[in-house]
Design a protein around this ligand. Structure first.
Ligand SMILES: *Cc1c(COP(=O)(O)O)cnc(C)c1O
Length: 408
């Protein structure tokens, strides 16, 4: 087969820097590399593999539907999309859903619908609509979306960017209220910031934002691409504060770890501004994606995965805190979405991640200082304990190694 890493280095664009492991198989919370070594997947593709790898029920739904009917475009109806959308709306309490493929496309959909809603329903002149977003947000990688990112690396060289976004500090509801003006269409927010380093806002923040949005006639749009579908211990992270957003963005786990499936969901009067021809996607809502998405939602409910994430998330956090590593400044998170903040004067998060890899645990660092942990929700409690023990060994090994010069 040759050297896969060398081959990828030769032919792939250099937009990623993967850890030096070549995965070939996966089952449940475990993956295997070319040499047959097993690793516990404590990243699960940033929640896209929340159901674990090769979930038998999801693989069966995928192969059954692939042999029957997969892609016909939305020029016609198919028999799998309506039940999927009905289930998606009933489970989330939203009125209508617009299926897309990737998370970024669903975010783009939310932006377009919010702007059109502000124009049609609030009379904001077209071209003047504004959307409030948060510092350190992550909503995907299209040119519109990186245009309102506060991360220079995501923006540099990719301009010009469109206007119409106002950034406020995350976790500060008063700043949101101050940023709202007559042309504000929506507040787009992650209930827990993932990419920023698993940042959990103060208790009550989202509920306060919801009240502010309602008071000012602004849509609250929750980007739950990563936090949704059980990850944080509730079906939606919004549920922790009893918040029903006006718009909801789902993705990642919605595809059961097998396909890209995303959706923008909204209230009747919000989604109602779209008319035929306004927006679409060739692959969005295809029969194969709908069949897998439907099965993923059923599996989530029947296996009680949100409650499992709550229970195992507590176990993971308690285990990590009990390690009491001098390298770790803070353990934070919600449900099975956790971050280990590494003291940058002592080590890099990348060094910890490398040491975990050597001990059979996969994860990734974000922003240099945070080790991101988001195992499949199907992980067993003994596997959580096993991961914590290996992470403890990795932290001890890194603590015993003097930092390389110039890499602090
Ligand atoms: C991953 C992610 C996205 C983008 O999803 P893609 O499928 O990579 O386009 C958007 N928002 C949040 C919160 C995410 O975590």
């Amino acid at each position: 087969m040759g050297d896969m890493i060398a081959l990828e280095r030769r032919y792939s664009a250099r937009n990623y820097d993967p850890l030096p492991v070549v995965l070939t198989e996966g089952e449940g919370a475990w993956v295997r590399d070319e040499a047959g070594r097993r690793y516990l997947d404590m990243l699960s593709a940033y929640s896209a593999a929340s159901f674990g790898h090769a979930h038998p029920r999801l693989v069966a739904a995928l192969s059954r539907q692939a042999a029957r009917l997969a892609v016909t475009s939305r020029a016609f109806h198919n028999d799998r999309l309506p039940p999927f959308l009905a289930r998606l709306c009933s489970i989330t309490g939203m009125d209508r859903a617009l299926p897309m493929n990737t998370g970024a496309e669903a975010v783009e959909t939310a932006i377009k619908v919010s702007r059109k809603w502000a124009h049609v329903a609030k009379g904001v002149p077209d071209g003047r609509q504004r959307i409030v977003v948060c510092e350190a947000n992550f909503h995907g990688r299209t040119s519109t979306i990186v245009g309102f990112s506060s991360e220079p690396a995501y923006r540099l060289g990719f301009g010009p960017f469109g206007p119409g976004f106002d950034r406020v500090p995350f976790g500060d509801a008063r700043a949101l209220e101050a940023a709202i003006g007559p042309d504000t269409a929506a507040f787009l927010v992650e209930p827990v910031q993932g990419e920023a380093g698993i940042v959990v806002p103060p208790r009550g923040y989202l509920a306060e934002c919801a009240a502010i949005c309602r008071r000012h006639g602004v849509l609250l749009v929750a980007d739950e691409v990563q936090t949704g579908l059980g990850r944080t211990g509730r079906l939606l992270a919004c549920d922790h504060e009893g918040v029903r957003p006006d718009g909801l963005i789902l993705g990642k786990a919605l595809g059961g770890g097998l396909l890209p499936v995303s959706a923008f969901l909204a209230r009747e009067d919000v989604m109602g501004v779209l008319e035929p021809g306004d927006h679409g996607s060739t692959f969005g809502g295809n029969a194969l994606a709908a069949a897998v998405g439907f099965e993923a939602l059923d599996t989530l409910v029947e296996e009680g995965l949100p409650a499992r994430a709550a229970m195992l998330g507590d176990r993971l956090a308690a285990g990590l805190r009990a390690l009491a590593s001098p390298l770790v400044r803070e353990v934070r998170g919600l449900g099975l979405l956790a971050g280990l903040e590494i003291d940058p004067s002592r080590a890099t998060a990348r060094a910890v991640v490398d040491a975990m890899l050597a001990r059979g645990v996969l994860s990734r660092d974000t922003h240099g200082t945070v080790v991101r942990l988001a195992p499949p929700l199907v992980i067993a409690s003994e596997e959580v304990d096993w991961a914590v023990a290996r992470i403890g060994e990795a932290l001890a090994a890194v603590a015993a190694t003097p930092p390389a010069p110039g890499r602090s």
